[in-house]
Design a protein around this ligand. Structure first.
Ligand SMILES: [Zn+2]
Length: 474
């Protein structure tokens, strides 16, 4: 009998192997040195292995951890400040974001990541500033990190609609150098748990020269580019003013799309543009909640899949979407697409779950290590508590109702245990690697400072939420 790190026994397991959801009954998973050593009938595993730790998950479902392909947790300090606004970037989050400091961002990152992990996210697809600090938090919290080092050349300020962004070459060069430093320090750290991508903020925020340099560097360093792409009429207008072209045709001419490009949103992409990006083997991240709230649009993920592309889900940011919860994203994605196509059979729950796990992992290039429960992969998994009103009662015959309930009924709080690389980050809903009280305190202190710093700008801009405040509607 071999002694290993951990054995988890369950009645219901979804491995997400193959083309479906990989349902298996009465299974156990054997975990050693961070990896999945064996999966088999619980009696067989029991005969072969002894676990230093054994989890009896008989009343829970064992499944892969959820993948969040795109998030700005550093904005979580600004949660709830930019909804219901037409010009989200400049009039919604603008007054608060332009006053934000590194401390605002770091407090937000801790809050956003804690929220995501408690909702079952094992891969944090962070994109933003303070990358070194972000990596330190991911390392400490124990999540898997697929982190994009932000590269921006446009000066930070509130631009008027139709005002062309002003580039600062030194700022862009500095951001690239910082991205290279972060890459050197963190890429493949902790046995590959953290990976660093290059994250130009968008084709409108970075000059042509720097975009091409980023592409060259990503190729040299064998990593990917993670970039907002065609993210709304604001971006399209910037590109048309600067280059006389829409974003995707402009980038396609520069051979920007390949298997190492991850396009975020594609909110404003035309059907033929979606086709170009997918057919060049680039992938996409769909942020249903965020784009629904910010733009009132359902992005063309379904078309992207029809053209053969892989799509991950993403939560984007708390001042837009309002939460870092992939369980919520699965529901919104399935629901919004049914409504968009006026077809209840569109984007079934199993497909939303695949986008949140194995398909998502494939889209962001980490399916070699995570996204499904398979021998040899890293042990990234969650245990979902069936003894929860939203998941009860359970049917296994003539049909199983767990996936429909997970996607259409669950809220994230059903996630009981979160494991990454074989390490337990959350057990019985108790975080083991972070302290929620400290996180709340730090976030509140930073929120108080952010409120003070943004006050004048908020009233001066007089956006929708300023009007609502005056009218006692918030
Ligand atoms: Zn984003």
């Amino acid at each position: 009998m071999k002694t290993i790190d951990m054995i988890i026994k369950t009645r219901h397991m979804y491995t997400l192997e193959g083309e479906g959801v990989g349902y298996k009954e009465n299974q156990a998973v054997a975990v050693d040195r961070g990896k999945i050593l064996a999966i088999g009938h619980r009696d067989v595993i029991k005969k072969e292995y002894t676990g230093e730790k054994t989890i009896d998950a008989s009343d829970k479902v064992v499944m892969p951890g959820l993948i969040d392909g795109h998030m700005h947790t550093s904005l979580a300090t600004l949660r709830g400040l930019a909804q219901d606004v037409g010009n989200w970037m400049m009039h919604g989050v603008g007054p608060f974001q332009t006053s934000a400091t590194d401390e605002t961002r770091i407090a937000g990152a801790k809050l956003g990541m804690a929220e995501a992990i408690l909702n079952g996210t094992t891969t944090i697809g962070e994109d933003g500033d303070c990358t070194d600090e972000i990596c330190k938090i991911i390392e400490r919290f124990g999540a898997r990190g697929n982190v994009s080092a932000r590269i921006r050349e446009a000066k930070n300020k509130v631009y008027q609609p139709g005002e062309l962004y002003e580039y600062d070459e030194n700022k862009g060069e500095k951001a690239l150098q910082e991205a290279l430093t972060v890459h050197k320090k963190w890429h493949n750290k902790d046995n590959g748990r953290i990976r660093i991508l290059f994250g130009p903020q968008g084709a409108d925020f970075v000059s042509e020269k720097l975009l091409l340099e980023v592409k060259k560097q990503a190729k040299d360093k064998k990593t990917k580019i993670h970039m907002h792409l065609s993210q709304g009429s604001r971006e399209t207008k910037q590109m048309e003013m600067r280059y006389g072209s829409r974003t995707i045709p402009w980038l396609a001419k520069k051979d920007y799309f390949d298997e190492n490009f991850i396009g975020i949103h594609l909110t404003d992409a035309l059907d033929e543009e979606v086709k170009v990006v997918a057919e060049r083997n680039a992938s996409m991240v769909l942020c249903s909640g965020s784009i629904g709230i910010i733009d009132g649009i359902v992005p063309p993920a379904k078309r992207f899949q029809d053209y053969g592309g892989s799509v991950a889900l993403g939560t984007d940011q708390a001042p837009g979407n309002n939460c870092h919860n992939i369980v919520n994203e699965m529901k919104l994605t399935a629901l919004f697409n049914k409504i968009k196509y006026e077809d209840p059979e569109m984007l079934p729950c199993w497909q939303a779950l695949r986008m949140a796990t194995i398909e998502g992992a494939k889209a962001i290039g980490i399916d070699d290590v995570t996204g499904s429960l398979e021998v040899g992969k890293q042990a990234d998994m969650i245990l979902v508590d069936l003894k929860h009103p939203s998941l009860a009662p359970l049917y296994v015959s003539p049909m199983r109702n767990f996936i429909p309930n997970l996607v259409y009924s669950a809220q994230g709080s059903e996630v009981d245990t979160v494991i990454v690389d074989g390490r337990v980050l959350v057990e019985n809903r108790e975080p083991k690697t972070f302290n929620l009280e400290e996180i709340f305190e730090e976030a509140q202190a930073q929120a108080d400072l952010a409120a003070e710093a943004a006050e004048d700008k908020f009233w001066e801009i007089n956006g929708v939420n300023a009007v609502y405040m005056k009218e006692d509607k918030l």
